[in-house]
Design a protein around this ligand. Sequence first.
Ligand code: HEM
Length: 415
Amino acid sequence: MSRSTKALAALVLAGAAGFAAAQAVQGSSPGSPSTQAGSMRQVPDDPAPAGQQQGGIQGQNIFDVKPEVKRDAPADPGYMEQNNGQRNRVQPGNNAPMWRGVQKGVEGYTSLPKSEAPEAGVLIQGPVQYPGSRMTTAGEAWRQVRNNWIVPYGGSLLLISILAFAIFYFTRGTIGHNPAVGGGGRRIERFTPFERAAHWSNAVAFCVLGISGIVMAFGRHFLLPVLGLQLNGWLTYVLKNLHNFFGPLFAVSLVVIIVTFIKDEFPRKGDLGWLLKLGGVFSKSGDEPPTHRFNAGEKVVFWIGAFVLGLVLVASGLVLDKLVPSLVYVRETMQVSHMVHATAGVLMLCITGLHIYLGTIGVKGAYRAMRDGYVDEAWAKEHHAYWLEDIQAGRIPAQRSSDGMAPPAETVKPA
Ligand code: HEM
């Protein structure tokens, strides 16, 4: 070892050794009633040597530390119960008791106020067992849940969903025969401009959040090998900030969507039959059983996907963004929120993935209905026969928004 390397090593290790030495100076003899096994707090019962009376941690040169002053120290029956001070009297420089305490989550001293930094005195969280992890320090338990469960099983579930949509599309094809407009009959307003604005704001935010979330959770497995460390790191950093920014936008638009559509999402006549026949997609005729404005499949997606998973996702995301006032943001809060958020996120991606599939290439005319707001009677009869009956009977107006806001007929082209 060169002289300069040796000097640097001495400098670095002096701090650690100094701490050990100070502990040794403060420590009491084994078995003394003033000490507690494994405790971080020690009551000095040995006067400090002259010159060290003024307190503070004294530095010590690592090369002056004698590794063992008592060769048979481990044979002592109370060896494992020694606190750090006691250990350093027999084995100077051995700080195992202190680190054992740190690993158990024992709180040390900090001058920072608890109200501002509630966990500043806890270097490592104590042991805990999260669902799917071993009993271990909380940070490691969280890491195990994320890396052994959420990432592999969540990623597989997403891939399986995409594969299922692809198989369905290539074997069954697009559902339905009529375009949104052009199939025949009167033009009906299916979604008002307000409903479409709320829906598309939410859809755009969802797509940004979904893509950035996938990159953050799974990117190192499929992007890192292609992009390399620097580009992948840069991309993930940008997407992570977009994720934080679009989260609150998604939260607000989700609440608007729920409030806007909820009145038509409750179970009604025809829903059970629709569910039992799975919307008729596997029947020979391919005819869809009659339903009101939304079918039972849309209702299931609404309640499970948007209502339950969406609200859980938003709530846990707001905690992760530290936007919930007066909540104490300790590590455990963040770990639990992260696990809930990631799990709800993967499930919502799968279920909303189904909605996006059906709303784009899955059902003929559906996308145009949400884009332009209009369908004609032929489309309504094919997909929502009871809804059309209500409109024809005058129970529901065919045009709900003011005429001035409706697009001119020629802009609504056949799908
Ligand atoms: C790119 C993403 C999306 C696309 C392409 C899309 C497409 C569509 C389409 C075409 C409709 C009309 C269906 C019909 O006429 O019955 C619709 C309705 C609806 N969408 Fe989306 N959507 C997307 C994202 C979302 C998201 C993220 C949510 C909420 C979490 C959502 C919630 C709804 C709701 C509540 C309705 C009303 C009918 C229903 O309950 O299905 N959509 N969407």
